[in-house]
Design a protein around this ligand. Structure first.
Ligand code: AP5
Length: 213
């Protein structure tokens, strides 16, 4: 199963991708997580990515495409994978399509999680993430058992630097101009599926499960 998750920042792509990856036993590949890991480890890629991420801008295509094309050809991806946060521009989608064609593969689904902008701003202010294992929480909708501490690994949760309201508004603008066109790109290829992301996390997961199984 090869799936791409689409949707605005904060639509719930990461939350759902983790649930699907567990159910299908396939890797969850998040370009945002890959960049954050590189920033944490002080790599040259992390330093370059940070200058864009802090402003809510996209990291240039040339820093992302090869990285993902490489990753999906690793051994653990032979039964499929779920891409979260990639592609985000038409050139990225084209690069993915070209790479898949070259290795005789094709995407099964592009799942678009739809959430209006006003819900997004509210959600992001309450998001807390685990910097160690990547688990995602929300102070109201999905709180950890112990306030501020990750249920999975016990690490102190953080508020993402790019979740400040002003940066979220920039990310939404970037989403509407650069990423939303991918909805038509995948509609034309017959793989687009849309789900209502304003429902509860379990309900959204149910909608996705009924599409892929
Ligand atoms: P990235 O990390 O990919 O961020 P994003 O796409 O903006 O998405 P988010 O992680 O913010 O949100 P999400 O949709 O995963 O929502 P989540 O499940 O966490 O990218 C960050 C940056 O990296 C980019 O801005 C860019 O600079 C760079 N980058 C990454 N990939 C790139 C690429 N391919 N090209 C160029 N640059 C790239 O949920 C959000 C919150 O809502 C959580 O608190 C969650 O608990 C809660 N929630 C989830 N579902 C529900 C629900 N159904 N009801 C209520 N609350 C919910």
């Amino acid at each position: 199963m090869k799936i791409v998750m689409l949707g605005a920042p904060g639509a719930g792509k990461g939350t759902q991708a983790k649930m699907i990856a567990k159910k299908c036993d396939i890797p969850h590949i998040s370009t945002g997580d890959i960049f954050r890991e590189n920033i944490k480890n002080g790599t040259p890629l992390g330093a370059k990515a940070k200058t864009y991420m802090d402003k809510g801008l996209l990291v240039p295509d040339e820093l992302v495409c090869d990285l993902v094309v490489d990753r999906i050809q690793q051994d653990d991806c032979k039964n499929g994978y779920i891409l979260d946060g990639f592609p985000r521009t038409i050139p990225q989608a084209q690069a993915l399509e070209d790479a898949l064609t070259k290795i005789g593969q094709k995407l099964d689904y592009a799942i678009d999680i739809e959430v209006p902008d006003e819900n997004i701003i509210r959600r992001m202010s309450g998001r807390r993430s685990c910097p160690k294992c990547g688990a995602i929480y929300h102070v109201v909708n999905n709180p950890p058992k112990k306030e501020g501490i990750c249920d999975v690994c016990g690490t102190e949760l953080v508020f993402r630097a790019d979740d400040k309201e002003e940066t979220v508004r920039n990310r939404l603008d970037v989403y509407h101009t650069q990423t939303q066109p991918l909805i038509d790109f995948y509609k034309e290829r017959g793989v687009l599926q849309e789900v209502d992301g304003t429902k509860s996390m379990d309900d959204v997961f149910g909608q996705i499960v009924s599409i892929i199984f």
